[in-house]
Design a binder for this molecule. Structure first.
Ligand code: GPW
Length: 838
């Protein structure tokens, strides 16, 4: 059906064009209108949630006109678009971000005040959109912000989980998971009940001959409907408003249900409905771990198939030849989760559009780019061949064909190297056989990138070494991660952002972060340092209040705040941190009162979720809380040491925590953390780092200077040998660490048995993460931190210098690198008024 309004009637549309509010009065009118009509309330019945809802709706209306204009402009110009496929988008709250990005937060603040509300309280009513686990999901969210800010025609595609990452409660020191039902009322999404795709599963493949050509036809066993929900993504200081399209699953209203319904089988058709809806029901809560669940594979295909259908439908509108597809479409795979998109596009081109295999494959490989985010073997996706065969029979055939042609080409280039063929095969000849998704992603993409220099080097020399030989080194590249300074500085730390603006010639640094370098000439300015320190202190007071309100523990904001917040994982080594804390506690206990008086007070702050099935990670949380329970009430110690575990770490908590840290911990075993991105957030907010030579810590050091970071521990190149020595040599553990273990085993922190596995991992099971090897260096480096912090003036100078050199770590730089090196796309500015401009 043609939905476009004919020319003669368009006059009426243009006459009635919507005008968005630009000032306080206009804003207030919109809020009152939404309270009284959309929400059916009044001034006698308007709480903070209603004020939040109405404010959001007012801004949403404003965004959506820009969104429309952006989409019309992109359609009209029909330039190449970028599609970012990610199973996770860890967006956090939208309102504050929207107000800042469109530059109307002050207007809203004044308007809300007149209407009887404080903007800070209103903003806090919003539930985080927590459709992600950790760094990978947050990176996707930062990238969307940069793509819009830089005016790239770009779409995000993901799943609209009914339940995002679980809410963490700490009960008696243990993590308890509570479902996070977040969709009660979400003003930031637009359901598109008219944008649906039927997705098929199971069934069989039949051969048919059409016009002398044999084609494969996949007859579905089950059909599920994908419904689009659109989330507008506003850029900063630009009208460009991009789209994040999230798919929700629903039973298809096709013959299947009606047959059952007509035959009176109502209950079973309801059961079908529910089964269909399960697909997008819940985010898998694993970070850096794949568990090979069938429903997860169903999610992946459901999302990938719906997204590709949408992308192809959009491409087809301009009636170009298929060979132009890669000139119009760049698809980036955020890790291997969307790898089936490669197979699906090949299926569409060959089975449905009737292209020749080789021609189709050329188009496919020119379209995709693949980003790897880990070298940890337990995180590399593999699917049992049998499962793929059952769920996606045609896709398995295509995977086998892709593999066959690939292995043939390898054999040609490396004759007589049978072991090479075995090593690089997309099919692992194990029991059961497995599809290696990373290999499929490499073979089906034109570029593969890691997320920090060390990581990109490691993938080339370890897990993907053979592929570098096969394709040459140019297929592999690095794009070091970054973060959006809009959310992670301007929004999270408004006072610091303002102070910086006053020294950097206004807010331009938020769009060109290298302008931060202008701060450096003010480092010696006493008044500037003083204001800087006051802001840090105020942020610590705010966090101290949160700690008091949520844990009951009173911490002194003048203490050194030492923060480690991230997913709990053995490779991230929260256990090293808590063992270090125990060591500090024992040292303080051994001192005379006079000696203690000379010590620097510290607050050790932890936060992060453990995957529900990750037993060891949960033990680590329990130990942290058990140590806190003892230390925090020890009167010998008082303010000298407090140990805090912050419940339910998420994006909005991070926005409060990052600005309040003096030192943050990024202490993964060298070679295990692909990049890390919170390291960048902490430094950008005027905190220093204690860290290992791992991930982006290395590049941060290069940028800010070695004297502004506290590095410790073994290097990645020595890890393998150390592990080997633990297993085959005699493994003596560090004597200070031994004392810590003995204290735990004495029962000082509760039943020792609770923590025996953590100790055994180091003492008996080969200390895979090198906790003992790095312990001494870690403790010594913390002493250097104490000493440095005593000289507050110098410390502040280090912080300012570091911030001034952080320009490189903006996600704007990342997006420009992807655009140049991988996507070959250009920005398309959207005029504020007309879409038909040049
Ligand atoms: F295992 N990352 C993550 F590679 O947060 F898929 N979750 C994940 O499941 C994976 C990676 C995966 C993180 C990395 O651990 C972190 O080092 C990196 O900064 C981040 O992805 C973004 O690249």
């Amino acid at each position: 059906v043609e939905a476009s309004i004919p020319e003669p009637q368009r006059e009426a549309w243009k006459r009635n064009q919507i005008t968005s509010f630009t000032d306080k009065d206009g804003f207030e009118k919109e809020v009152v209108r939404h309270v009284e009509t959309t929400l059916a309330r009044s001034m006698f019945n308007c709480d903070e949630i209603a004020a939040y809802s109405a404010t959001s709706l007012a801004f949403r209306d404003r965004l959506i006109t820009h969104w429309n204009r952006t989409q019309q402009r992109q359609t009209y110009r029909d330039t190449k678009r970028v599609y970012y496929l990610s199973l996770e988008f860890l967006m956090g709250r939208a309102l504050d971000n929207a107000m800042l990005n469109v530059g109307l937060k002050n207007v809203a603040q004044d308007g809300l005040a007149e209407l009887g509300f404080r903007i800070e309280d209103v903003v806090k009513q919003e539930h985080d959109a927590a459709l992600g686990n950790g760094g990978l999901g947050r990176l996707a969210a930062c990238f969307l912000d940069s793509l819009a800010t830089l005016n790239f025609p770009a779409w995000g595609y993901g799943l609209r989980y009914r339940y995002g990452i679980f809410k963490q409660e700490i009960i008696d020191g243990y993590q308890v998971e509570v479902p996070d039902y977040w969709l009660d009322f979400n003003p930031w999404e637009f359901p598109r009940h008219d944008v649906t795709v039927d997705i098929q599963f199971f069934g069989q493949v039949n051969k048919k001959t059409v016009g002398g050509k044999t084609i494969s036809v996949w007859e579905a066993g089950e059909i599920v409907q994908a419904v689009a929900y659109d989330v507008p993504i506003p850029g900063y200081d630009t009208p460009t408003t991009n789209n994040l399209r999230l798919w929700s699953s629903k039973a298809s209203g096709g013959e299947f249900d009606f047959q059952k319904f007509n035959s009176g089988d109502y209950e079973s058709s309801v059961a079908d409905q529910q089964r269909a809806e399960t697909i997008s029901a819940v985010l898998y809560p694993n970070d850096n771990l794949e568990r090979g669940k069938e429903l997860r594979l169903k999610q992946q295909y459901f999302w990938v198939a719906a997204s590709l259908y949408d992308i192809v439908r959009r491409f087809k509108k301009s009636r170009r030849s298929w060979n132009e597809f890669p000139d119009q479409v760049a698809i980036q795979l955020n890790d291997t989760h969307p790898t089936l998109a490669i197979v699906e596009l090949q299926r569409i081109l060959v089975d449905i559009e009737g292209l020749e295999w080789d021609n189709a494959w050329e188009i496919v490989t020119s379209t995709f780019g693949y980003t790897n985010h880990t070298v940890l073997p337990e995180a590399l996706e593999k699917w049992p061949v049998g499962l793929v065969q059952h769920l996606l029979p045609r896709h398995l055939q295509i995977i086998y064909d892709i593999n066959l042609f690939f292995l043939q080409s390898v054999e040609k280039a490396f004759p007589d190297d049978r072991d090479m063929l075995r090593r690089v095969s997309i099919i692992e000849e194990s029991q059961p056989k497995m599809v290696r998704m990373a290999f499929l992603a490499i073979v089906g993409s034109h570029k593969v990138n890691g997320v920090a220099e060390l990581h990109s080097d490691l993938i080339k020399t370890t897990i993907f070494k053979d592929f570098v030989e096969i394709y040459g080194p140019d297929k592999f590249t690095n794009v070091t991660n970054g973060i959006t300074p809009r959310r992670w500085l301007h929004q999270a730390n408004p006072r610091l952002s303002e102070l910086i603006a006053s020294k950097c010639g206004g807010n331009d640094f938020l769009k060109d972060l290298t302008l931060l370098n202008q701060l450096e000439k003010h480092v010696e300015d006493k008044q500037f340092r003083k204001e800087w320190a006051e802001i840090k202190y105020a942020n610590k007071v705010r966090l101290a209040k949160h700690i008091k309100d949520t844990t009951g523990v009173v911490v002194n904001p003048a203490s050194l705040f030492d923060v480690q917040v991230k997913r709990i994982h053995e490779y991230k080594r929260q256990q090293l941190n808590i063992f270090g804390v125990i060591h500090r506690y024992l040292s303080l206990k051994a001192m005379t009162p006079d000696q203690r008086k000379k010590q620097l007070p510290r607050v050790s702050i932890f936060g992060g979720k453990a995957a529900p099935g990750y037993w060891m990670a949960k033990q680590i949380i329990h130990l942290i809380n058990s140590v806190g329970a003892v230390v925090n009430k020890d009167e010998d110690i008082g303010d000298l040491l407090k140990v805090i575990f912050l419940e339910d770490y998420n994006v909005s908590k991070a926005e409060m925590i990052c600005p309040a840290s003096d030192i943050s911990e990024h202490i993964s075993t060298a070679g295990t953390e692909a990049s890390g991105t919170s390291n960048m957030k902490f430094v950008l907010n005027g905190g220093l780092i204690i860290g290992t030579c791992d991930g982006a810590n290395i590049e941060i050091t290069r940028e800010i200077g070695e004297s502004n970071i506290f590095l410790f521990g073994n290097l990645s190149e020595d890890v393998e040998d150390l592990r080997h020595a633990h297993t085959y040599g005699s493994h003596t553990i560090d004597s200070d660490l031994d004392k810590v273990f003995n204290e735990i085993e004495k029962g000082t922190f509760g039943t020792p048995h609770d923590f025996s596995a953590m100790i055994a991992a180091v003492r008996q099971h080969g200390d895979y993460y090198l906790v003992s090897d790095d312990f001494h260096s870690y403790i010594e480096t913390h002493q250097l931190v104490d000493e440095a912090y005593r000289n507050q003036d110098e410390w502040i100078a280090k912080c300012i210098t570091s911030v001034s050199r952080m320009g490189f770590f903006t996600s704007d730089r990342c997006i420009n690198e992807y655009a140049e090196e991988i996507w070959n796309v250009e920005p398309l500015a959207v005029d504020r008024h007309s879409i038909w401009g040049p």
